[in-house]
Design a protein around this ligand. Sequence first.
Ligand code: SD4
Length: 324
Amino acid sequence: MNDRRTFFQKLILGAGGLYSLNLLETLSLMKTESIKNPSRKLIATWNNPKAIQAAWEVLEKNGNALDAVEAGARIPEADPKDTSVGYGGLPDRDGDVTLDACIMDHLGRSGGVMFVKNIMHPISVARLVMEKTPHVYLVGEGAEIFAEAQGFKKENLLTPEAKKAWKDWLVRSEYKPKINSERHDTIGILAMDGEGKLSGACTTSGLAFKMKGRVGDSPIIGSGLFVDNEVGCATGTGLGEAVIRKVGAFSIVEMIRNGMHPQKACEKAIKRLIDIKEYGEFQVGYIALDKKGRLGGYGLRPGFQYITADEGKVVLHNADSFYK
Ligand code: SD4
């Protein structure tokens, strides 16, 4: 049977139900087998069922957590309809799509790229920075040169739709780095594989119509993503400037280390954001997975969603939030 269909057989509704037409369409493909290996866990920001599916397919074939999170992150990177990640991402205010990504494995190794243009899969470049260089980060032109040398092809990532949105924005050119009061799609994805190993990945095109060179939290190890294989892992989405200021993902993992459930740790990390006033009504959402396979997710404001594959069930969650 088609793997995709098998996977979605067990997709069930989270507490708040489903919003997404995509997901409802996908539900029509559902049949009735279960996902095996219930110890394997996945959690990703937003309503990204295809990403969870791609990651699950890796875990189901006894693949490792690192391969799973990379496979998951590559899905929105290649999706022209996802305006916050990779191809189809909204450009900066000069009309350039610039991408940020990072990845971290169970050995505590990490790699990241920032301000990368014309490369559709920055998450895979980030992985190669981790695996093939003695460094953690390559940025801008250096990352692009490295990617090309590794065989990535250069391509135009600005879709006609994103170009139109940018042209519309140019009419007023208001620079308002306010983010995520509505839904965004930056993907942070965390996995535990069949051996209990943890890995995570995060990839984004960042803030729409941002200043040239602006980088948010998503590629920053410790802020947008952190993995400690002994303890747990965390990632997030939302206004990167706020997340960086509180070193979001690392702080969540440290709270888990000190005995907190991932859910409580996400809640506490979100509460740390409320003294940040200058951005107005910004949004941040955090997710976490600990070494025991426990999951958590929480938003600063209503509207944050995350998706899990846990004990054979895929669930879309409407996260609870600090502000109601
Ligand atoms: C950033 N955290 O660049 C990202 C944006 C984001 O969904 O999460 N968008 O600040």
